[in-house]
Design a protein around this ligand. Structure first.
Ligand SMILES: [Zn+2]
Length: 278
């Protein structure tokens, strides 16, 4: 049996795993899916309000990201993770999707003997992540609102375009542990929004303060113009955005006949330290 980065969602105890199952000392047992991820969503938490991305959305995001459009962000995240990471750190990617950033970070930090866990409420997402993963990351279906990790156990916690639950993040992080959050900057996807909306507005960059956390640095990932050269890529990008959920069909149709798009991408990576206060 191997020691897991995750803990038992029923009793909170440490988990160990083999090829087939995860098990805690109290004998709560969780089967691994065929691909290898473990489902740690307990039945009372399955009916979360979070929709969990369906297969189509997961595939759209994977296809888009695998073309490297957001590789600048991934590189910057890796170099920052390396800057803050020490040997044997435990890292949790809260809302890891299909593991695009998780895998690159695990690979960049491989020499530091880190243990990396990725969780996502979407089983489709962690299924993809496990199938394509090659960096020893453990993946679990779990909610970022109920992270299957012991108190004060993680050294770095990541949230890349994923729902925030700062109370839960504080619980899981060690005192002085780091929380990395990625947010879209002002002009992110401006040209895409200009096609869809009559009066697009820039993303609001608000005050960065987070209760119980100290902002260590706010790093700009320099703006880039990406060139999308097929309708499929444009549709995949749109599917990844929050606009996918709240755009009227007549506005959405404006993308139907577009085969090329040049649009700005612009991000900020915010790095916080957990003050360890309750
Ligand atoms: Zn247990």
């Amino acid at each position: 049996m191997c020691k897991s980065v995750f803990s038992c969602p029923v009793c909170g105890g440490a988990l160990e795993y083999d090829d087939r199952t995860y098990r805690c000392t109290k004998n709560h047992c969780f089967d691994r899916a065929k691909s290898g991820y473990v489902n740690l969503l307990t039945s009372d938490r399955m009916h979360s309000k979070l929709p969990g991305d369906n297969k189509l959305m997961v595939r759209a995001r994977r296809d888009f990201l695998n073309k490297g459009y957001y590789s600048g962000l991934a590189h910057k995240l890796c170099s920052l993770a390396d800057k803050y990471c020490e040997k044997n750190f435990r890292i949790i990617d809260a809302g890891c999707g299909e593991g695009y950033y998780t895998e690159q970070i695990a690979s960049a930090l491989a020499e530091k003997d880190v243990s990396v866990g990725g969780i996502d409420i979407s089983k489709n997402a962690v299924d993809f992540a496990t199938k394509s993963g090659k960096n020893g990351v453990e993946y679990a279906a779990a909610s970022v609102f109920h992270i299957p990790s012991e108190d004060n156990s993680a050294d770095i916690l990541l949230s890349v375009f994923s729902p925030l639950c700062t109370e839960e993040f504080k619980r899981v992080l060690k005192k002085d542990g780091f929380f990395f959050m990625v947010i879209p900057d002002r002009k992110h996807l401006w040209e895409l929004k200009s096609i869809i909306y009559e009066n697009p507005y820039e993303n609001q960059v608000k005050d960065y303060s987070l209760d119980g956390f100290e902002l260590v640095e706010a790093v700009d990932v320099p703006a880039e113009i990406i060139k999308l050269e097929s309708h499929e890529d444009i549709a995949n990008l749109f599917t990844m955005t929050p606009y996918y959920y709240n755009t009227k069909p007549e506005d959405r149709q404006k993308l139907d006949n577009i085969d090329t798009l040049e649009t700005t991408i612009e991000f900020k990576i915010l790095i916080y330290k957990n003050k360890g206060e309750n």
